[in-house]
Design a protein around this ligand. Structure first.
Ligand SMILES: [Zn+2]
Length: 322
């Protein structure tokens, strides 16, 4: 961003200035559909007069991950963002409008925006979308909460991932207090990786699965954002205390020991003990069966809802307690 945020209380999105105390909706023009329709990314900005943290809430970077879109939509509609005690919130319900229109994670040529950062102005859609976000939105904020869901047939229990080695993001995850939180390394080309390279702390919220809204996931996401804002003194509204929040130190996937039909006995959010049976795999003609066992104790971060698996397929994502 050429203009730069001149002082602590200046907020530029590209060359679009939002003054302290103002609320605004800015439509960032991305590209056109083959029909000629212009694709715009609406960006909602809420600012207090008083300086404070600048937070980006980003949904729909994967266009089919609708829980996050719903979380950001409801927050925009709520009173929490319109009367901030200090700081600013930039809220983008749908970052990948092309994917959203196509019920798809990616853009129409199959590329993933969340692997395309920092992007290029002259690049194809994924790269161009990433470039717009990298140039015009990400530099304007201090912290980011990026909302995602499991992909394909996988579902995730509400959780936040902070960045390994970034103490600030760990601190933010404690304020958010999702049911589960854990460190993870950012993937090259992702929004988290690029924002981290600019010194921004990012939380990735994961919950539910693509193309299915899950009320529990949506409520946990909203409550986590409100706890985060309250912890940063951005809101004085009362916030919901977390039920139980487990801090995990890492995770690993439990994979199918054989090919066949998979029946899970456990699901996301369950605690399991080492050696406990988590599911079973049979061939369809009763020639063999294999139990899926927990290799160690932990909390199930996510599970695969698919009924047919090949040996080695990921079945359960197991989080290990600190
Ligand atoms: Zn995603």
């Amino acid at each position: 961003m050429e203009e730069g945020n001149l002082d602590e209380n200046t907020l530029y999105l590209g060359d679009y200035l939002v003054s302290p105390g103002e609320s605004a909706v800015w439509e960032l023009k991305i590209a056109r559909l083959p029909s000629g329709t212009r694709i715009k990314m609406p960006i909602y900005v809420f600012r207090s007069h008083k300086p404070g943290p600048k937070i980006l809430l980003s949904g729909g970077l994967h266009g089919d991950e609708t829980n996050g879109i719903e979380i950001v939509r409801r927050l925009i509609k709520s009173r929490y963002l319109s009367d901030l005690e200090c700081g600013s919130v930039v809220a983008v319900p749908i970052m990948n409008v092309f994917g959203f229109l196509n019920f798809s994670r990616s853009v129409p040529d199959g590329k993933d925006v969340n692997r395309s950062f920092p992007g290029r102005r002259s690049g194809s859609l994924a790269s161009l979308t990433a470039w717009n976000l990298a140039q015009k939105i990400i530099p304007a904020v201090d912290y980011i909460v990026d909302f995602h869901t499991g992909g394909a047939s996988r579902t995730n229990y509400p959780q936040v991932r902070f960045t390994t080695g970034d103490e600030k993001s760990k601190e933010l995850s404690h304020l958010f207090a999702a049911p589960l939180s854990l460190p993870s390394a950012p993937i090259k080309g992702s929004l988290r990786w690029y924002a981290g390279s600019l010194g921004k702390s990012v939380l990735v919220y994961e919950g539910g699965e693509s193309m299915r809204n899950d009320e529990h996931v949506i409520e946990e996401g909203i409550n986590g954002v409100l706890r985060l804002m309250s912890g940063l003194n951005m809101t004085m509204h009362p916030v919901t205390l977390p039920d139980k929040s487990y801090r995990l130190s890492g995770s690993s996937w439990i994979r199918a020991p054989k090919s066949g039909m998979f029946r899970p006995f456990k699901s996301s959010g369950d605690a399991v003990a080492a050696g406990e049976t988590m599911g079973i795999i049979n061939d369809p003609f009763n020639a063999y069966e294999a139990l899926v066992k927990a290799p160690k104790s932990g909390h199930i971060l996510g599970h695969n809802n698919i009924s047919l698996v090949h040996r080695g397929d990921a079945l359960f994502h197991l989080g290990i307690e600190e």
